[in-house]
Design a protein around this ligand. Structure first.
Ligand SMILES: C[S@@+](CC[C@H](N)C(=O)[O-])C[C@H]1O[C@@H](n2cnc3c(N)ncnc32)[C@H](O)[C@@H]1O
Length: 344
């Protein structure tokens, strides 16, 4: 209960300061996501400036007042400076914000509707059927940007040493991992599988853009219920990034991991990368952690700890040869798994 002195707190005590900053941080996050989608961050990173006028080198397609309001929120966060009211240039926090743009796009554009619906979704009576919506195209784009800094170079390093004939990417999202693999390995064939029609459409468009349809096929499917088929018989490598938590809870995950060994009879490696649940309260909160854990709790998706993952691998007949922790995403792990041939 508020004591009397708190209850009569004067507005002057909170219209500035930490609580006001929470409000403004939200607007800065919205502005970062919008500036990414509008291409403003990319132009600042590439050219070092963006003209805010209507001319050819400026923002002729965009409403000037709306852009100025987005830039004002970014300026508050020291992400940009605005010179003479007409030229946008990077501010002291630009490099960090640009590097982290995928997290903001995932949160605001990908999960915005989920978060605004939190009160409704939290009521038990409303948690049946399709009770939430996310923008899965934006989730896929955000995930790709999140993975670009550390996860993808890790994949490239692990795969560089391997002779790979055919790759399946489960929950392929934007399709960019398969595109990169196919570009680097002219003899490798790839299949991307995703549950979301929006992600499948985006991935198929990206594959066509790179002219790789003859070596990459993208299809709609559920990674939890794959069965052996002709196209899978020579798959030696399966990748699965930022979606393994969808296999859970524990018993379902063990079933799915076992099923994957049987669906891909020639599999030599499963490279599974995911964010695990944090197990300690840290005052120094990393980017993403609160959003990732809240989003999945709202959706009713269980997020396992590192230890729970390791138990599931043992029980489902996979041996984990290496675990690579990642800094970005925080509490992420890339597991190098190999099938125990004696498990069936
Ligand atoms: C967070 S995104 C990650 C996308 C991509 N793997 C990446 O690294 O950028 C998760 C993706 O997994 C897909 N997904 C979720 N559950 C799935 C399932 N059971 N089977 C196939 N795809 C699934 C989602 O539609 C989404 O595109």
């Amino acid at each position: 209960m508020l004591d009397e002195s708190t209850a009569i707190l004067q507005p002057a005590a909170w219209v500035n300061g930490p609580v006001a900053d929470i409000f403004s941080s939200y607007m800065a996050a919205v502005a970062l996501s919008a500036a990414h989608e509008l291409g403003l961050l990319e132009r600042l990173a590439k050219d070092g400036w963006v003209s805010l006028d209507d001319g050819e080198n400026g923002i002729p397609q965009l409403d000037t007042d709306a852009v100025h309001s987005i830039c004002a929120a970014l300026r508050w966060a020291n992400v940009v400076h605005i010179e003479d009211d007409k030229t946008l240039i990077p501010g002291p926090n630009f490099a960090q914000a640009y590097a982290a743009r995928g997290y903001f796009y995932w949160m605001v554009r990908g999960c915005g509707e989920l978060f605004t619906q939190a009160p409704r979704i939290t009521r038990k009576q409303n948690r049946t059927g399709s009770f939430y919506r996310r923008d899965m195209r934006a989730v896929a784009v955000g995930s790709r940007l999140i993975g670009d800094a550390e996860v993808e170079p890790l994949f490239d390093a692990i795969l560089a040493a391997e002779d790979i004939r055919k790759v399946v990417d489960l929950g392929c999202g934007s399709g960019r991992r398969l595109i990169r693999i196919a570009q680097r390995r002219p003899a490798t064939h790839c299949i991307g599988i995703d549950l979301s029609e929006d992600a499948v459409r985006a991935a198929a468009e990206a594959v066509a853009e790179y002219d790789l349809e003859n070596r990459i096929s993208i299809r709609l499917g559920d990674a939890r219920s794959l069965a052996p088929e002709h196209a899978f018989r020579d798959v030696d490598t399966v990748t699965c990034v930022f979606m393994g938590h969808d296999f859970w809870p524990y018993d379902n995950c063990v079933l799915t991991l076992g099923r994957l060994r049987r669906a891909f009879p020639s599999i030599e490696r499963l490279l599974l990368c995911d964010v695990a649940k944090t197990t300690s309260d840290s005052a120094d909160m990393t980017i993403f952690t609160l959003g990732f854990e809240m989003a999945h709790a709202l959706m009713g998706v269980y997020v396992p700890t590192l230890e729970e993952w390791q138990s599931a691998f043992v029980e489902s007949g996979w041996s984990c040869r290496a675990i690579h922790p990642t800094t970005s995403p925080p509490n992420g792990f890339l597991f190098e798994l190999h099938p125990n041939r004696t498990s069936d």
